[in-house]
Design a protein around this ligand. Structure first.
Ligand code: 5GP
Length: 119
């Protein structure tokens, strides 16, 4: 079940401000409020999708294409294509997904270290 009161739903409705990086019909991208790298931008679909599973099952082909293209666009806008970047989408409890609206993190601007914390 999608929670209409999650923080990204509020950003999409304009109830909470954001530092917008990119927007089109299907997508909004904005800087993370608590950046973990010099560049930390979130790319979200405007539709009500909780997770990648939800999105993969229910989103239209146009929305799915738009999400991928927006990631490329944000990397370009943020000047990351030369230096490189990492994309990440947390889903569910094991991944510590905090906001129940699908979002892709884009990190860059420094060497990002190992992919995962080692146990
Ligand atoms: P998750 O752990 O769900 O993958 O990541 C949620 C992200 O949303 C976190 O990196 C957190 O800093 C970010 N975030 C939470 N609330 C806000 C907000 O109000 N504005 C913005 N721009 N980012 C937020």
């Amino acid at each position: 079940m999608y929670d209409d009161n999650n923080v990204f739903a509020k950003i999409l409705r304009g109830e909470i401000p954001c530092k917008k990086v990119f927007e089109d019909t299907h997508i909004l991208a904005f800087d993370d409020i608590n950046p973990q790298a010099p560049v930390h931008t979130l790319v979200i679909p405007k539709g009500k999708y909780v997770s990648m599973k939800d999105f993969a099952e229910k989103a239209s082909d146009a929305e799915i294409a738009a999400l991928t293209r927006a990631v490329g666009k944000v990397a370009e806008i943020k000047g990351l294509n030369e230096s490189g970047y990492r994309i990440l989408a947390n889903a569910g409890v094991d991944a510590h997904q905090e906001v129940p609206h699908l979002h892709i993190h884009i990190f860059g601007g420094r060497a990002l270290g190992p992919m995962l914390v080692r146990k």
